[in-house]
Write a protein that binds this ligand. Structure first.
Ligand code: ATP
Ligand code: MG
Length: 578
């Protein structure tokens, strides 16, 4: 510890989530710029151990390792059609080569590079399946980097890519990685990690699962069934919701003044005496599609009043890059009315998407693009033509029925996305001209998958799930050191000599030990040991004269006296590698 860089800190800036604050205080990481972090010696050790576990599991699955470049030529991303998408969304860091003025992107991911490499080498079916993996830096110009390593602009990712001769092969590879990922997340010491169905986002393809470290600070909302194993990200989750029995009698439309009454809640209160609830309302939300693209346009989405709109589902229904709620001036322009009075009736400026919840409703309330007014007893077929299509655009909510089984109810929890596996199908392979000759000599396009783990994000997720009021409690498999030796009084010759000897003997047996050889008080040393969080603390104190030390386990707080020989024996039985 006298040589160790840096010293621990008592205080860090306010407002950090626990895992971030602990990693900073204990000196594992330091922020260099927004979303850009340095791994310091302790952090580097933990990250290395995580990577070793990943490499070992990958190799067991027959995955080969590569190191792909960070500088990726624009031309490759033009071929896949993703350059504009990544540049316009502001995700890609772009740099330019000085002589040729050729643009390059800094690797946000590596589908293009790896697919192009395989395109140049692959010839026949015997070379498949092929699995390539790397762990390397990734760059994404995140709009809001936050929570330390959880969302950085520069971070480290384990990314693997599979190439199979057919769809069945792709599915088998996907299942193989699902197994590998489960083992990795268990091995690194996550306490609760679940796989959920996910949206595929900018990576594309169809069919993907996310691995979520369940904890309160997670940015993702997850829905899980209390009866079966259904789990899905909110972005993707389906659900069953109850429908009131709408009356068959079709009443005549009425236009009523609703001065300053805009929200569903306000309308419910206003019409309480008429028994009009949110389930008898159709709300209309104006959205802007591809706001950062070259041709942004607006749409309206209609949904039952008590349900929330899922903008990721809207985006997918339109095949768009991004859908956001329209800004107030846009809403005024589209509806010709103040915000809060949008409706499907007489809306000719924009396309309207109707959610399935609206299908079958009768005599409902909705806006009609007139300030301070709403329409009552609206029915499809009258002023409002029956929609040609209904889409699933609603947000699943706590208490909704499970879409996978009849009995279950959905509950919400939060999670940190530590891994994401995708079935990419053939899109990238086609775009980058990959082909191989099958058994009958015909040219075929391989089926791909891609698989990513944020290794730096994972490091912090492990801390989020393994800590207490005193500091971090590293799981054995990824701890920076297996044991932390300290002298209660370093001035006392007996203690110092015994500790020196124990440190040397443990080190000689290949056990990683951190030795607090500072002249600090025992209290300061105990606090630092708890903060740093190695699984075992060995205190060399008054009992040193009898050749005894005290061994304390960080996770449980259990402690016991042992002779040095016993400690040597105990620690020698810890598995030192994965
Ligand atoms: P998110 O939804 O959190 O932005 P993503 O869907 O963009 O993640 P992928 O493209 O699937 O992420 O990347 C694979 C993995 O890389 C993620 O599961 C996550 O663990 C990690 N990752 C992604 N973005 C970041 C980031 N900004 N900082 C740290 N890790 C990240
Ligand atoms: Mg992202």
């Amino acid at each position: 510890m006298t040589a160790h860089f840096p010293r621990t800190r008592r205080e860090v800036r306010e407002g950090l989530i626990p895992s971030h604050a602990l990693l900073e205080r204990a000196g594992f990481i330091r922020q260099v710029a927004a979303g850009v972090y340095a791994l310091l010696p302790l952090g580097w050790r933990v990250h290395q151990r995580i990577c070793q576990i990943i490499f070992a599991e990958m190799e067991r699955g027959g995955v080969q390792n590569v190191q792909l470049p960070i500088l990726q030529p624009e031309s490759l991303w033009q071929q896949s059609g993703r350059w504009a998408k990544y540049v316009q969304s502001g995700t890609m860091f772009v740099t330019t080569e000085q002589q040729s003025r050729q643009p390059y992107g800094l690797a946000p991911t590596a589908e293009e590079v790896v697919t192009a490499l395989v395109a140049a080498e692959l010839s026949g079916w015997r070379e498949l399946p092929l699995h390539l993996h790397q762990i390397g830096p990734k760059f994404r110009d995140e709009l809001r980097p936050r929570m330390g390593l959880l969302r950085g602009r520069e971070f480290s990712m384990s990314d693997a890519y599979s190439f199979d001769p057919d769809e069945d092969g792709m599915r088998a590879s996907f299942d193989m990685y699902r197994g590998i990922y489960r083992r990795i997340f268990e091995a690194v010491g996550l306490r609760s990690c679940i796989a959920v169905q996910a949206d595929s986002g900018a990576i594309g393809g169809q069919g993907s699962s996310e691995f979520m470290a369940v904890c309160d600070v997670g940015e993702d909302e997850l829905l899980t069934c209390d009866h079966c194993d259904y789990g899905a990200n909110m972005e993707r989750a389906a659900s069953r919701y109850t429908r009131p029995s709408y009356s068959d009698e079709r009443r005549t439309i009425r236009w009523v003044p609703t001065p300053g009454i805009r929200t569903v809640e306000e309308l419910e209160r206003h019409f309480a005496d008429q028994g009009i609830t949110a389930q008898h309302m159709v709300k209309t939300i104006i959205c802007t599609v591809n706001p950062k693209g070259n041709d942004p346009y607006d749409i309206a989405v209609c949904i039952r009043g008590d349900l929330g709109i899922n903008l990721v589902k809207v985006r997918n229904a339109l095949g768009a890059d991004e859908v956001v709620p329209a800004l107030d001036p846009v809403v005024r322009e589209v509806t010709g009315a103040e915000v809060g009075f949008a409706g499907p009736i007489g809306q000719r400026n924009v396309r309207i998407l109707f959610d399935q919840s609206v299908c079958g409703m009768s005599n409902f309330l909705c806006g009609y693009n007139t300030t301070d007014h709403h329409a009552l007893d609206v029915n499809f077929g009258g002023e409002l033509p029956e929609p040609e299509h209904y889409y699933d655009l609603h947000n699943a909510a706590e208490g909704h029925g499970c879409p996978n089984c009849d009995e279950g109810r959905l509950g919400i929890s939060r999670g940190i996305e530590v891994g994401h596996i995708f079935m990419l199908q053939q899109g990238y392979a086609r775009a980058l001209d990959v082909s191989f000759l099958d058994q009958s000599g015909e040219a075929q396009v391989p089926w791909m998958g891609c698989y990513g783990i944020g290794t730096t994000r994972l490091m912090q997720a492990i801390v989020e799930q393994n800590r207490d009021g005193q500091g971090i409690c590293w799981p054995e498999a990824v701890a920076p050191y297996q044991a932390h030796i300290l002298t209660a009084n370093h001035e006392a010759d007996v203690q110092r000599e015994l500790a020196d000897r124990l440190y040397e003997q443990l080190s000689a047996r290949g056990i990683d030990v951190l030795y607090d050889d500072r002249g600090e008080s025992a209290g300061v040393k105990f606090a630092d040991a708890d903060l740093i969080g190695c699984p075992r603390r060995i205190t060399v104190g008054r009992l040193a004269a009898e050749g005894k030390v005290e061994l304390r386990l960080r996770h449980t707080g259990e402690q016991q006296e042992f002779t040095c020989e016993e400690v040597l024996q105990l620690l020698s039985s810890i598995p030192t590698s994965c």
